[in-house]
Design a protein around this ligand. Structure first.
Ligand SMILES: NC(=O)c1ccc[n+]([C@@H]2O[C@H](COP(=O)([O-])OP(=O)(O)OC[C@H]3O[C@@H](n4cnc5c(N)ncnc54)[C@H](OP(=O)(O)O)[C@@H]3O)[C@@H](O)[C@H]2O)c1
Length: 345
């Protein structure tokens, strides 16, 4: 099983390499600069790993690769080119995108080509996207939802990586709209927020704002539901949308949070599904380290796509993997999750 990492020398790419090394998996590092890739390999302790040089259009570098994990961001710039390379080369594909519009266009633009090529592409394998998608699928198996609200609260000690900040800068005008909400088959940026506050774990009632959570665009692909909307704690939401980001400021930032700061990061998720008659079920998840967690998720996703290939096409996480089984795997790797009245195995 050979897994390639595109953008392997980035902050997130190195965490994916470290996770592949921890699991003893064979890896290929791909990117634009041999010097930067070699330095990353040495830094992670995989100096002997194979290196291949390629631009985003990297199909020629994917010979004998079983799955590609794309870590190069902003995804809005190069994501589709890397994904098309995986389709051309006939290898499975995973990425760690969090940009809502990118994820929507990824499904719209690449689905038929992926199906024809017989490969599975799963974007959004991050704590900010895939966990919502998997939890929503489990809730929908318990109740026919009319509405699903995805609420996140982040304690982002140490701040963002440069790549995350660049992704926010590229889509800042869209983020300021609160992003797409799904309503009766339509995508709206002008929908009012479904909630003013959300009670997170520990009973804390926290003000929230509408936010461009990526799973808003994947959940209606596999759940029959009228409304889906993303919400973020108002403090983080306002910090992101009011940030005076510029390329110069981002260049001056550290590459990303220190390991100690990452350990102190905490994300809390509440997914609420409500039926037409007002009955509801709720799922919660909490974890730390908003950078290592996506690395763990992406590597496991790539491994599963190779070991147990789903139907080909662009797939939401819940379409590619058994939701409870994947969440149980994360449960053994630092995530705590539960559905009210139904404990995780
Ligand atoms: N929880 C989340 O949702 C989450 C968490 C972490 C990261 N992410 C996403 O992951 C992405 C990467 O973040 P990061 O912090 O790792 O960024 P980073 O440290 O700046 O690294 C970016 C990587 O992408 C490559 N790259 C950038 N633009 C490219 C292009 N046009 N063509 C080919 N390669 C290109 C860079 O290669 P060069 O060295 O050749 O420039 C580098 O390897 C971001 O989009 C971020 O939003 C999401």
């Amino acid at each position: 099983m050979k897994i390639a990492v595109y953008g392997a020398n980035g902050y997130q790419g190195k965490l994916v390499l470290a996770e592949l090394a921890r699991r003893g998996m064979e890896m290929v590092l791909i990117g634009r600069s041999r010097e930067r890739l070699s330095a990353a390999a040495s830094q992670v302790g995989v100096a002997d790993a194979e290196i291949r040089i390629a631009d985003a259009d990297c199909s020629h570098a994917l010979a004998s690769v079983d799955a590609l994990i794309n870590c190069a961001g902003p995804y809005t710039v190069s994501g589709q080119a890397v994904a098309r390379a995986a389709i051309t080369a006939g290898c499975q594909y995973v990425d760690l995108s969090g940009e809502q519009l990118y994820v929507k266009e990824f499904f719209d633009d690449l689905g038929p080509d992926a199906e024809r090529a017989g490969v599975a592409l799963v974007p959004m394998m991050t704590e900010s996207g895939a966990i919502d998608d998997l939890l929503a699928a489990l809730l929908a198996a318990r109740l026919q939802p009319a509405e699903i609200a995805l609420a996140h609260k982040n304690l982002n000690t140490g701040g963002l990586s440069r790549g995350s900040a660049r992704s926010a800068l590229k889509t800042i005008d869209f983020l300021r709209t609160g992003g797409l909400a799904y309503e009766d088959g339509k995508w709206r940026t002008d929908a009012p927020a479904l909630r003013k506050s959300v009670t997170f774990l520990g009973g804390e009632d926290v003000p929230v704002v509408k936010f461009a959570m990526p799973a808003v665009v994947t959940i209606p692909r596999h759940v029959d539901v009228q409304r889906v909307q993303g919400l973020l704690d108002a403090e983080t939401g306002e910090r992101v949308t009011a940030a005076a980001l510029s390329e110069e400021l981002i260049e001056a930032m550290p590459e990303g949070p220190s390991e100690e700061d990452r350990r102190a990061q905490r994300f809390t998720i509440v997914v609420d599904a409500t039926a037409d008659d007002g009955s509801s079920v709720q799922a919660t998840a909490t974890g730390n380290d908003a950078y290592r967690t996506p690395a763990v998720m992406a590597v496991e996703a790539a491994r599963r796509l190779i070991a147990d290939p789903p139907k080909p096409g662009v797939l939401a996480p819940a379409q590619a993997f058994s939701p409870a089984d994947f969440l149980d795997f994360l449960g053994r790797n630092g995530l705590t999750w539960a559905i009210a009245g139904w404990e995780a195995r």
